[in-house]
Design a protein around this ligand. Structure first.
Ligand SMILES: N[C@@H](CCC(=O)N[C@@H](CS)C(=O)NCC(=O)O)C(=O)O
Length: 238
């Protein structure tokens, strides 16, 4: 059994998609980041970066004590290696999967996160910051579109590289992007969206948090934005 410390955000969806695709038994432990649950001591013990997702695998390969992991890319890679699914041993294709997985972790995720912050959450609408991140996300969507022009998936067959990027394309409207501008990305997006496991993963999210992402309340803003090194000490009392 895998414990999945999860909230209903793109980085959380990556892992529910994988788990639904493979059928590995798992239990969701909701971590409502708008309420500050990412600062609970028991969560920080598995995720010292106070971010979801994180897992605890109670049945790790080779047995022994449970393995806990944070960082969605590391989790996807661990689970793919554990199951032998959605990654290959073929060294060339494996290298391709890894570079597109790390590309998502280092580029698409962080830039789309900042884009969402400055375009949607920030009270002060700063044109320079909005343009900077919207343009960068536009560039990254273009990189994906080119990559997908002559192949069905990012690296070989459908893999953890696709599972990592897909949830960051779902909110394309909030990202200020038009899928029509990226026909290959659009075809890939629609193919993944139609997968039954992906539908199940997003249905789970809606069941846990029926409120779609929108405006953050003043209390949520206080918890989520403006965190410093002192925040963990201050908040980790719950
Ligand atoms: N690089 C990390 C990023 C995780 C991350 O940013 N998680 C967000 C939700 S998508 C979070 O937990 N935020 C809580 C907070 O900002 O306090 C990963 O991919 O796992």
């Amino acid at each position: 059994m895998i414990d999945l410390h999860y909230w209903t955000t793109p980085n959380g969806h990556k892992i529910t998609i994988f788990l639904e695709e493979t059928g590995l038994p798992y239990k969701i432990i909701p971590v409502n980041i708008g309420k500050g649950e990412q600062f609970k001591r028991e969560f920080l013990a598995v995720s010292p970066n106070n971010r979801i997702p994180a897992i605890v695998d109670h049945d790790p390969p080779g047995g022994g004590t449970p393995i806990s992991l944070f960082e969605s890319g590391a989790i996807l890679l661990y689970l793919a290696d554990k199951t032998g699914k959605f990654i290959t041993r073929d060294p060339r294709i494996r290298a391709d999967v890894l570079q597109w997985l790390f590309w998502q972790m280092g580029n698409l995720g962080p830039m789309a996160g900042q884009n969402n912050h400055f375009s949607n959450y920030a009270v002060d609408k700063i044109p320079y910051a909005i343009d900077r991140y919207r343009n960068e996300v536009n560039r990254l969507y273009g990189v994906l579109d080119k990559r997908l022009a002559d192949r069905a998936f990012l690296a070989g067959d459908y893999s953890i590289a696709d599972m990592a990027s897909y949830p960051w394309i779902v909110p394309y409207e909030r990202q200020g992007q038009k899928l029509e501008d990226f026909p290959h990305l659009k075809r890939w997006f629609e193919a993944i969206r139609a997968r039954p496991a992906v539908v199940r993963a997003y249905d789970k999210a809606t069941a846990i948090n029926p409120n779609p992402p929108g405006i953050r309340t003043a209390e949520e803003r206080g918890i989520l934005f403006g965190q410093t090194a002192a925040s963990v000490e201050r908040m980790a009392t719950r």
